[in-house]
Design a protein around this ligand. Structure first.
Ligand SMILES: [Fe+2]
Length: 368
């Protein structure tokens, strides 16, 4: 009876969370929020939805370095359905993390330490903790505002993972927001208003706007001078579910004034995160692995005492055709460059009151 009750609860949760998805997705999602058996092969992977939230699940019993087809099918279905997955105290090796991530697609980068505030020395001992004024810390602090990874590149990210090695005493976690549930809860007038709108995305914009940080503009880095236009409403390529595709990198909605654009983007974000059922904060224990779907959620880093070491290992799966906008060499890129240049010129005069007071980090390479 208890098992039946759990299954019924899973069905109810999915019906609430995913009102527009088709039967096929719903069918395998139902099985995967319980015990997933997408094929005749049995899986020992157990997936438990996070309580009182519209999204998220805890995964146990997964050997991520050597997943069988049925295990990966269960995990992928759960990620599509629940948006993020927590593997508690897994202590994944680099090789296991890479093998796991490759199941989802081509990697944008793998097992990099650059979201940490401390690197290892050549001999493996911990290096010094980065100064708060360094470009590394400016980038890390920028990540504390809601965003989707790599929307400032021609291909935005498919999904991402972060594993914790050294965690500070307090804070330093990751917040996540369910943009599917957020979109579904919008009133019809707002849905109609934003249906055909888009926004430019740039990391130069978000660093300036959030922090008053003006990194050197350099081609081939994340601080290039391009801005990529993306719809405000993204249809998830695998589930067909719509979500709000916004966040800190988004600015300059074409067709709206600057003030209207800023107000709209802010009001949409504020609306989503106002309901605590659509927001989750994961506080890491060493060894935890967090995976999130960048095509359905926003996330942000949570603050901590920056003098304490925080070592995390990041891996990002590249987006596919559904995450592509245009290349810098394409004719439509010119409008984005122009919008960004105009926006940055205005922000230079408006961000003296932000953390870095409209400055460039001492270690930011001068623009060529
Ligand atoms: Fe991120």
């Amino acid at each position: 009876m208890q098992a039946l009750a759990r299954l019924l609860e899973s069905i109810k949760l999915i019906a609430i969370n995913n009102p527009t998805q088709d039967n096929q997705v719903c069918q395998y999602s139902v099985s995967c929020t319980f015990f997933c058996c997408p094929s005749s092969e049995e899986t020992k992977v157990k997936i438990t939805p996070v309580e009182n939230k519209s999204f998220g699940a805890i995964v146990t019993g997964a050997n991520i370095g050597a997943l069988r087809d049925a295990d990966f099918a269960a995990i992928e279905a759960a990620l599509l359905d629940r948006g993020f997955l927590v593997f508690s105290e897994l202590f994944p090796s680099d090789d296991d993390t890479i093998a796991f991530a490759k199941n989802f697609g081509e990697l944008e980068f793998a097992v990099v330490p650059f979201l940490s505030n401390q690197d290892a020395n050549a001999d493996g001992t911990p290096g010094v903790v980065y100064d708060i004024n360094s470009q590394r810390m400016r980038m890390i602090l920028g990540n504390e505002t809601w965003h989707t990874d790599s929307t400032y590149k021609p291909y935005s990210s498919k999904c991402a993972m972060l594993s914790a090695v050294v965690v500070p005493e307090q804070g330093g976690g990751t917040g996540l927001a369910d943009m599917r549930a957020g979109y579904a809860a919008l009133d019809q007038a707002t849905k109609d208003r934003i249906a055909d709108l888009a926004a430019y995305h740039s990391n130069l914009y978000s660093q300036a706007n959030d922090l008053g940080d003006f990194p050197a503009v350099q081609e081939g880095t994340i601080y290039h001078g391009e801005a990529y236009l993306r719809p405000l409403v993204k249809v998830h390529p695998q589930t067909g579910v719509k979500n709000l595709f916004i966040g800190r990198h988004a600015f300059g909605v074409p067709g709206l004034s600057r003030a209207e654009s800023r107000a709209l983007l802010k009001s949409l974000l504020d609306f989503v995160v106002a309901d605590e059922a659509r927001v989750y904060e994961h506080n890491y224990r060493p060894g935890d692995l967090l995976v999130w779907d960048n095509r359905a959620l926003l996330h942000r880093a949570l603050p901590y005492d920056y003098t304490q070491p925080r070592t995390v290992i990041g891996t990002r799966v590249a987006g596919e055709d559904s995450e592509f906008t245009y290349h810098p060499t394409d004719p439509e890129a010119a409008a984005g460059r122009e919008a960004l240049a105009t926006e940055l010129a205005l922000l230079r005069g408006e961000t003296q009151d932000r953390r870095y007071k409209a400055t460039m980090a001492p270690d930011s390479v001068a623009a060529l």
